[in-house]
Design a protein around this ligand. Sequence first.
Ligand code: CA
Length: 290
Amino acid sequence: MSLIAIDLDGTLLNHQNEISKENISAIKHAQDNGIEVVISTGRAYFDVKNICKKAELSTFVIGTNGATIHSKDDKQIDSTMIDKSSVLSILQWLDEREYYYEVFTDKAIYALKKRRDHFHNEIQSLKNSNLDEEMKEIVHEAERQFDQFGYVLVENYHDILNKEENFYNILACSFDQEKLIKAKEHIQSLDSVMAVSSAEHNIEITNSNTSKGIALEKLAVLLNCSLNRSMAIGDSENDISMMKKVGYSIAMGNAKDEIKEICTATTLTNDKNGVAHAIYLYLENIVIQK
Ligand code: CA
């Protein structure tokens, strides 16, 4: 048996933040052909669940960049947390330097109200200024973040730390590239955590034993699937770990060149049903191999 792992933002979701009917039928077609489909994303599980419900899709879900794995019937199969002392030191560090950040737990996405308002205003004023195409796209992706399901707004980071919940992921955002690099370097200097980017304006911090690739490997073992015969589709740095694990790694047409270069092939863009296109080609390939 084999797996198809699909990223959400910039991959399965189009610019309207929806899964097209073409992509939905391609996924169902793959499942009907005995292939397990897993949505693999930086988003929180409850957010993904909400998106899948609207699309009437039932798949495995690798959430918060590999920190959680859920079955098709809502059961958590695996989870990897960031320990609380690391969460405390990271939040202190980000807070002192006035980053906008979001903390993902098993229950909610926590954000500081004031910072969120500030980040929102920053997006609005950027939108009203004269931006080049690349910057427009970055701002669009940042704005899309606010569509996430499960936000809880708090006054300060102690309100987050007081929660007796599992901490999976910390997202730090900035339109200042130097500021983001600084945060990434700081995270890299710590032992128990790591950082990847899913968009130009963010870094996503997880336990250092967490990645989409590690989670995909765990799921493949559990389902007795061959990764060599499996496919992963994505568009960003946080997809590289899963692309390296599979026989067929597919970059979206809208992915950056450095992602396309490491992949087996490139498909169409997310606005042209790149996922459906890749799935049908993959199915032909698998059938030919049989
Ligand atoms: Ca993505």
